[in-house]
Design a binder for this molecule. Structure first.
Ligand SMILES: CSCCC(=O)/C(O)=C/O
Ligand code: FE2
Length: 189
């Protein structure tokens, strides 16, 4: 996994957009982002590790999503544009990469990274947890293919609330997230 400040240069969302300014796991942690790697091995040990992780965090359901031009056909471009629309969820977003690769961009919230996009490059064996209320987006990279396990705290639903809508800043999950990040970095809420 690599994380870095997004370069904000216009261009295809699937390009790296690497500003050359790296972001540490600690900085991601301050934003509430959890990252771990569970190598996908032949003897399926990874399945046991995923089950332990899911049980520890109370994830009740899971499914699998494949984002490829072959799999999605004409809806591929529409789908990757919809994933790239800045949004938040009312629940954690947990993704374990089973194949391919892609980028999750998360919004910085305090200090020098406030409102900057932070790009997280993920590949097979990477697991990420995005906290409820974080503004983020997703894209495949130039490889145009990713397969991910989606884990869910409760029923398997994926409801994005686009930041372009008026009310997302006022959603409870957003204000709770802001309070949690400010507490993590020692800013008075
Ligand atoms: C690789 S998972 C597809 C993207 C997705 O589910 C999501 O919520 C992006 O923010
Ligand atoms: Fe999302």
């Amino acid at each position: 996994m690599r994380a870095y400040v997004y370069d904000d240069i216009p261009g295809d969302q699937r390009l790296p957009h690497d500003s050359g300014n790296p972001i540490s796991l600690n900085t991601l942690g301050e934003l509430g982002v959890i990252y771990k790697t569970i190598p996908i091995d032949e003897d399926k040990q990874w399945e046991k590790e995923i089950d332990v992780f899911a049980k520890e965090r109370g994830y009740k359901n899971r499914d699998q999503i494949t984002v490829t031009p072959e799999g999605l056909g004409e809806s591929y471009e529409t789908k990757i544009k919809s994933f790239f629309d800045e949004h938040l969820h009312e629940d954690e977003e947990i993704r374990y990469i089973l194949g391919g690769s892609g980028y999750f961009d998360v919004r910085g919230l305090t200090g020098q990274y406030n409102e900057r996009w932070i790009r997280i490059s993920l590949e097979k064996g990477d697991l990420i947890v995005l906290p409820a209320g974080i503004y983020h987006r997703f894209t495949v990279d130039e490889g145009n293919t990713i397969t991910a396990m989606r884990l869910f705290q409760d029923e398997p639903k994926w409801t994005p609330y686009s930041r372009s809508a008026a009310d997302t800043d006022a959603r409870p999950a957003r204000s709770q997230y802001i309070d949690e990040v400010k507490a993590a970095v020692g800013i008075q809420a």
